[in-house]
Design a protein around this ligand. Structure first.
Ligand code: SF4
Length: 433
């Protein structure tokens, strides 16, 4: 690699790190006889940096030149940063060289907007097309579908990429208008709608005509920037849920805003805590795999996720009326709602209880995280009556593990009759059941 390419790579890989919508998509494709590489459902890009960002793809921008001036973006027109642009051939060569050296398992390619939207999108498509047709590259390709691009280019992109993502970026159109006046939701939803319909159409067609070409087999995703604008978690989760329901998105990625600008258009200039990003991912998981509704996770009274507790625990503590759950009788859906019980454990519980009533030791073997689940269930050897259900006490136990470290609001044990009773006092009774 010559010095100039090396320099471009440094600039454009650095600029791409703010886009988090790049994990593996579940797309599967075997290598062909004369092909190069393969895309597998698992492991293609599941290496993450400590802050959760994916690193095993060649993740770059085609260029960080941009005609737009989005306040939250490092590549915005008015930002004084070093600029660079790859040629189509340079990205193709880098991908092939890195792939052959086993550095990467695929390509994640986004871009600032050169000249105009279609001009840029056309180059992204050309890269994917060259990789697939000229180099028979079978590795993973994730392309950015640029808001406002023509249907024809989006269609072509879908024929060569495993996954496409149209980033909404800012979680409400009102805020978007403030921080990126040149953008609007309509130009992001247009390619998103096109992809939703075409992906579905190709799937249907493939059922009857097997030779129907693949079209974005890994589906589409989007990214929301969290904390640059004032939307609360309830608003963000409702938006994400709508995207899952209506657009059939595979993933919504949440990217905690990293302050890279003191632009006065940005209402919130402190970094969004990583914890908030993490809690949103947990809540998103509950929506997609645990059958939760947004209104069960956040509501008018609690529009933000609890930063201290995961959202499933938060739900359980806010809804004592649903607990305890009898592990030997409850439906699968309710077993899933017990904190400390994951999808795998819930399925194992349903199978195992056909052979006898389950006790604590069985649940532990199954993989239930006992220290979290124990407050919310009844098993054959544990009668919940002995535990009681005091959300405040449980919260304290979970957060401080019964250690002397106190919640600043905790009442003094001897000085106030309303002080919570430590759970440890109930434990011997449990043992005797
Ligand atoms: S259009 Fe994209 S690359 Fe350009 S400034 Fe806005 S977010 Fe950044």
């Amino acid at each position: 690699m010559n010095n100039r390419t090396q320099e471009k790579l440094e600039i454009l890989a650095d600029a791409a790190k703010y886009d988090v919508s790049c994990s593996s998509s579940g797309s599967k494709r075997k290598n062909t006889k004369d092909g190069l590489g393969n895309a597998t459902g698992m492991g293609i890009c599941h290496t993450y940096t400590q802050d959760g960002r994916c690193v095993s793809l060649l993740k770059i921008l085609l260029t960080n030149h941009c005609i737009f001036d989005c306040a939250y973006c490092v590549s915005r027109r008015s930002n004084d940063v070093k600029r660079a642009a790859f040629t189509v051939q340079e990205v193709v060569d880098l991908t092939i060289n890195f792939y052959k050296r086993n550095y990467i398992e695929g390509l994640f390619l986004s871009s600032g907007i050169f000249k105009d939207v279609d001009y840029t999108m056309e180059r992204l498509v050309r890269i994917a097309k060259k990789l697939r047709l000229e180099h028979k590259f079978n590795g993973y390709i994730h392309l950015k579908a640029i808001p406002g691009a023509s249907d024809e280019l989006i269609h072509e992109a879908g024929l060569y990429a495993d996954r496409l993502s149209v980033n909404l970026e800012i979680p409400s159109e009102m805020s978007l208008k403030k921080v990126a006046p040149e953008k609007d939701y309509a130009s992001a939803f247009k390619p998103m709608n096109y992809l939703t319909e075409t992906i579905q159409g190709h799937k249907e067609e493939k059922k009857t005509i097997r030779s129907t070409p693949n079209f974005a087999p890994g589906g589409q995703s989007t990214q929301l920037v969290i904390g640059a604008t004032p939307e609360n978690d309830k608003h963000i989760l409702e938006l994400a849920d709508g995207l899952y329901q209506d657009q059939k998105l595979k993933r919504v990625y949440y990217s905690g805003y990293i302050p890279i600008s003191d632009d006065q258009r940005l209402p919130a200039l402190r970094a969004a805590p990583l914890q908030r990003e993490n809690r949103l991912y947990q809540a998103d998981w509950l929506l997609r795999f645990y059958g939760f509704k947004v209104s069960e996770i956040v509501d008018e009274e609690n529009p933000h996720l609890d930063p201290e507790l995961d959202p499933k625990m938060g739900y359980a503590l806010r809804h004592p009326e649903h607990f305890p759950i009898d592990i030997n009788k409850a439906d699968y859906e309710w077993i899933l709602r017990i904190p400390g019980v994951g999808v795998k454990s819930a399925k194992k519980i349903i199978k195992a209880r056909r052979f006898g009533r389950l006790r604590m030791e069985h649940l532990k073997k199954i993989g239930v995280i006992w220290k979290r689940a124990k407050y919310f269930l009844i098993s054959a050897d544990r009668d919940f009556i002995h535990l009681g259900f005091n959300p405040k006490v449980i919260r304290q136990e979970i957060l401080y593990n019964g250690k002397p470290k106190k919640d600043p609001n905790q009442l003094d044990l001897f000085g106030n009759p309303l002080a919570p009773i430590p759970l440890i006092a109930t434990t011997p009774q449990i043992k005797s059941v």
